[in-house]
Design a binder for this molecule. Structure first.
Ligand code: CA
Length: 225
């Protein structure tokens, strides 16, 4: 699950990064201005946006209708000190999915994030099954024949990305985007290392799937014949 945080307060951003990436194994990108948010929000495959309102270059809420008009349907949760009832109503009317007043508990934020992701309007796909593998599509719960299949975070992200496109070649840039945040320092062979570990584990667990290499282009997951 990849989240875009739009927040200009460094301490708040650091706290959210710790909660989302360390505690809940999500990928998070952070921008601090409306302009940067607008630049990346529609282009990168985010699963949700957390949006502060009082930003240095304007009201974060202005971004919501602009994104909706561009056809961006991903869930947006507004997080702000402006938490009066009229503020909340305005936020929801403009197309935000939820509105959370600061200060809020991180546990509540995570719960709300998961709730908006479960809504049918979210782009997030629901449960996927390939071979004996199944994934709930967003919350890093991968199973083989119904039993939990424990994997490190990045291997889960790679596998979910391949499962969503089973039988099709997934280009390297799509996989890189699913696995690494903009701030990560990425070595060129990092993706290949994750995939080769993943292939060994899938074979050892008799998952009923194989990951094929499409040399120089990407990877493809298919059911084992
Ligand atoms: Ca702010």
């Amino acid at each position: 699950m990849r989240v875009l945080l739009v927040e200009d307060e460094p301490r708040m951003a650091a706290a959210l990064r710790a909660a989302l990436t360390v505690k809940h194994d999500m990928v998070m990108d952070h921008v601090a201005t409306l302009a940067d948010a607008e630049l990346v929000a529609g282009d990168i495959g985010y699963d949700a946006i957390l949006l502060d309102r009082q930003l240095p270059d304007g009201d974060g809420l202005d971004l919501v209708p602009r994104l909706r008009n561009k056809g961006v349907t991903l869930p947006i949760i507004v997080i702000t000190a402006k938490g009066t009832v009229p503020d909340r109503v305005t936020g929801l009317e403009l197309g935000a999915d939820d509105y959370l007043a600061k200060p809020f508990s991180l546990d509540e934020l995570i719960a709300r994030l998961r709730a908006v992701m479960r809504r049918p309007s979210a782009l997030n796909p629901s449960r996927i099954s390939v071979g004996k593998l199944s994934s709930d599509g967003a919350f890093r719960d991968i199973r083989i024949g119904g039993r939990p299949f424990e994997l490190p975070r990045r291997e889960i992200l790679v596998l979910e990305c391949l499962m969503r496109r089973v039988g099709r070649m997934v280009p390297r840039p799509v996989l890189m985007e699913a696995v690494f945040s903009l701030d990560d320092e990425i070595q060129s062979n990092a993706l290949d290392s994750h995939i080769s570990r993943l292939r060994r584990k899938l074979a050892a667990a008799q998952a009923g799937v194989v990951v094929n290499v499409v040399r120089g282009l990407g990877y493809m997951l298919r059911e084992e014949l």
